[in-house]
Design a protein around this ligand. Structure first.
Ligand code: NDP
Length: 417
């Protein structure tokens, strides 16, 4: 099966590494803005890869550049591990060239001042009640076009979004008649030794973390100030950590796809030093997403900051510690209340030894490969646009065990108040 991977950063390097271990992929084209990164990765992987590897340069903001590449390579499936800014152009090119589409993050625009997007955003904020720049409406709107073309688009197959929803579908299938409460807990107990760095693309990460929080309760969104809701949790493999409620994209799809759910919250751990740095950068305007004039040039502060911060793809050798990501479910089984916690613990150094990347890239890249393999092998295939919780979770859960992200089911967990 021919796979086109777009992007060659931290997440892509793990996803491609893992695709090379899976015999479902016979030819892989790695295409990104900077082809030298693709060439370096292909050279590293070729000696052990099961698939034939090719490289190319592509500007994924430009549909024609994508179509040209796809017409030549003729991929069966395209894995988008570039940035969320490129989701729609890549979906358009897939439709034009008859390829299935897979990604790990929902669409957000690079330019939040663009008038058509801004008008739709203002309307959505008023009607839906959450102000995040990213949401699923743009990609869900492609459903009919993918259906008519007989193609599958699988959205958000990283860890969160991604595995967290597969855990939910698995809990729904095997442990509950109805799930009422979902708490998604994302803990990174890793230490990279820098005063401040982000574990994935800094621009996307800081946009997400510095925004208002929100959760889903009784059929509507409740929005909070950034970091307003804090809890402490004792994570297996990591220990006690402070965690904060954030808005996160899978809340939107789970609210739509899990019947009877009453509340969905997402918490992520942050150390005090990270928060102090982030608040300071925010206070001085360095997280700004709109252009400012500086010495006759337009610069976007958060893009300039990205250029100064360590590249997340280089954190692998220096990051020690573990991540623990999972979901606590409360609901009803056979008329009785039940609580189940499904989680994965991942060690930064073990990930580095295997793939050269730290655990945040690893926990995203492995599920990116698994979701792509589900579509490529036909185990998950339906015409239209889907989130991962809409398919049978069992083959995906098996693949997590097989490809390096084993999971644990705890039927007596400590819950979050
Ligand atoms: P990186 O910044 O490390 O990599 C992004 C890659 O995309 C780079 O190779 C970059 O090229 C390439 N790229 C950017 N713009 C274009 C373009 N216009 N045309 C072609 N290539 C382009 O990001 P990460 O690997 O950290 O993240 C990748 C994706 O994974 C993001 O969408 C992120 O939101 C998502 N993610 C999802 C998670 C989940 O659990 N679901 C968790 C973490 C991340 P260049 O090398 O030239 O800069």
């Amino acid at each position: 099966m021919k796979l086109l991977v777009i992007g060659c950063g931290g997440v892509a390097s793990v996803a491609i590494h893992k695709c090379c271990q899976n015999p479902v992929f016979t030819e892989i084209m790695i295409a990104s803005r900077t082809e030298s990164k693709c060439v370096d990765l292909a050279e590293k992987l070729r000696p052990t890869a099961k698939a034939k590897l090719f490289t190319a340069t592509v500007d994924a903001d430009n549909v024609y550049s994508l179509i040209e590449l796809m017409k030549e390579f003729k991929p069966h499936t395209v894995l988008n591990v570039a940035l969320p800014y490129q989701d729609l152009t890549i979906m358009d090119a897939c439709l034009e060239c008859g390829a299935n589409y897979v990604d790990t993050a929902n669409f957000e625009p690079e330019d939040i001042t663009e008038p058509a997007w801004r008008a739709a955003y203002d309307k959505r904020c008023k009607e839906e009640g959450f102000t995040a720049y990213f949401d699923y409406s743009w990609q869900w709107a492609y459903f009919d076009r993918f259906k008519r073309a007989g193609l599958t688009a699988l959205l958000g197959t990283g860890f969160d979004p991604g595995v967290t929803q597969v855990f939910t579908a698995y809990a729904q299938k095997h442990y509950f008649d109805e799930i009422h409460y979902i708490d998604i807990l994302d803990c990174n107990g890793g230490d990279h030794g820098y005063p401040f760095a982000t574990n994935f693309n800094p621009e996307i990460n800081l946009r997400e973390v510095s925004a208002n929080g929100s959760y889903w309760e009784n059929g509507h969104w409740v929005e909070t100030k950034p970091m307003e809701i804090k809890r402490e949790y004792d994570f297996a493999g990591v220990g006690k950590k402070d965690m904060y409620l954030l808005h996160h994209e899978e809340i939107e799809s789970l609210a739509k796809n899990i019947p009877g759910v009453k509340r969905i919250r997402f918490f992520m751990t942050f150390g005090q030093s990270y928060l102090t740095h982030m608040n300071c950068l925010q206070n001085v305007g360095m997280l700004g997403t709109e252009p400012v004039m500086f010495e006759g040039h337009e610069i976007v502060p958060i893009k300039f900051l990205k250029a100064l911060l360590p590249d997340p793809a280089t954190l692998g050798p220096r990051t020690v510690g573990k991540t623990n990501i999972g979901c606590i479910f409360k609901g009803i089984k056979d008329g009785k209340e039940k609580t189940v916690y499904i989680y994965n613990v991942c060690d930064h150094q073990e990930c580095y030894k295997e793939t050269g990347a730290q655990a945040v890239s690893y926990t995203t890249g492995v599920p990116a490969m698994i979701g792509t393999a589900m579509v490529a092998s036909g185990k998950w295939r339906a015409p239209g646009v889907f989130n991962v919780e809409e398919f049978d979770p069992d083959p995906y859960m098996e693949a997590l065990n097989e490809y390096g992200l084993p999971w644990v089911v705890d039927e007596n967990p400590v819950t979050v108040d």
